[in-house]
Design a protein. Structure first.
Length: 389
């Protein structure tokens, strides 16, 4: 048996979602076609748009379907920046939190490197939560030249929930883009009440297939496309529309939102048991962002004297799927930029183990980790000591 504790990376497709997806894959018709086949596909698409909007506190016209969270983040951040610069060339600044997902972080760096944007990284506290004083300080000197501010709803590594309402209030008229890929379906997300200008979500974090997501964009939000073509989706996201994927996404979000309160409590209880027991079994393991509001299924540990690769290899041998807090680029493990932003040194940032729970997680999964992780840690420490000689 394999215990799967990597739901933040991707989570199983729900059976009901898969059934509807397969049904629509067999449907003939391009939603942009005028004939009966096209109209039938368009109906599926628009009903999905309405369902998604209702579940996330948006208007249907504010839903723009994308290929996933990365595209939605790029459209939200880069598209907003480009529109602002075209209107006022002095508004070339973009500010994001230091703990953003690479879909936002790298997009901001791209704007700075190739578009002459003034890119600013806003610091976080030791819990990984945006430093609102740093944001206020930035705005005091850059408000008039800022095109967009990007702050995620909840962090993909630590699970720390960010102060989105306070960010929006501070920014005032400046558009705020929010990466809510990890948050939707796990905490209450109301697009209109949040006040953000754009918000990204991704289906495969919720029980839909990989390859479908959405950007919620306020009706008064001005965006420029990052893809060019037929002008679908308010003229900012060209491409043949994926009716089957849209239905799958809407169905997955609907189910997750309906179960949210009960599932949030269940996952938090599992996570808290896992955390408390591991800190007894591995006393020097440190749970990160434990002092902040966290997503219910997230537990990020740093374990002194270990390397994430050794931990993950040992857990994989024990048939436990987990991940580290680090990003992997071209096969080379890098220290987590999130933990570095929280004040860790590189050695600590390389010792991160992320255990994330989801809809299919059970007490048996927690028991498996508790049974095997202490021995995995000891072997990882022995390997680390040998490598450090």
């Amino acid at each position: 048996m394999t215990a799967y504790l990597d739901h933040a990376a991707t989570t199983p497709v729900r059976a009901a979602v898969a059934a509807g997806y397969v049904e629509d894959l067999a449907r003939l018709g391009n939603p942009s076609s005028m004939h009966a086949f096209g109209r039938a596909a368009r109906r599926v698409l628009e009903e999905s748009r309405e369902s998604l909007a209702a579940d996330l506190g948006a208007h249907p016209t504010e839903v723009i379907f994308t290929s996933g969270g990365t595209e939605a983040d790029n459209l939200g951040l880069v598209g907003t920046w480009q529109a602002a610069v075209e209107t006022d060339p002095a508004r070339r600044a973009v500010a994001i939190s230091a703990v953003e997902h690479h879909a936002v972080l790298d997009a901001a760096h791209h704007l700075g490197a190739s578009r002459a944007a003034e890119a600013t990284i806003l610091g976080v506290d030791a819990e990984g939560v945006l430093d609102l004083a740093a944001l206020e300080s930035y705005l005091a000197q850059a408000r008039e030249r800022t095109a967009v501010v990007g702050v995620m709803w909840a962090n993909n590594e630590t699970g720390a929930v960010q102060p989105i309402c306070e960010v929006v209030e501070s920014c005032g008229e400046i558009p705020v883009h929010c990466d809510a890929v990890q948050a939707v379906g796990h905490v209450s997300v109301d697009f209109t009440e949040s006040g953000v200008s754009t918000l990204a979500l991704s289906g495969h974090k919720l029980g839909a297939p990989v390859g479908v997501g959405a950007l919620l964009a306020r009706r008064d939000a001005t965006l420029r496309p990052v893809l060019h073509g037929g002008g679908q989706e308010r003229g900012v996201r060209s491409g043949t529309l994926d009716a089957a994927g849209a239905r799958a996404l809407a169905s997955a979000v609907s189910l997750a939102v309906a179960e949210l309160v009960e599932e949030r409590a269940r996952l938090a209880a599992l996570r808290d048991r896992l955390q408390a027991s591991l800190q007894t079994l591995v006393p020097d393991a440190r749970a990160r962002s434990a002092g902040a509001q966290r997503l219910p299924g997230h537990l990020l540990l740093t374990i002194p004297g270990t390397d994430a690769d050794a931990l993950l290899f040992g857990l994989d041998v024990a048939k436990i799927a987990a991940s580290s807090g680090s990003a992997c680029t071209a096969g080379v493990t890098q220290p987590s930029h999130v933990l570095l932003a929280m004040g860790d040194d590189e050695r600590t940032a390389r010792s991160a183990l992320r255990l994330t729970l989801g809809r299919t997680s059970t007490d048996a999964d927690v028991d498996a980790v508790l049974a095997d992780l202490p021995a995995v840690v000891e072997r990882a420490r022995a390997a680390y000591r040998v490598g450090a000689r």
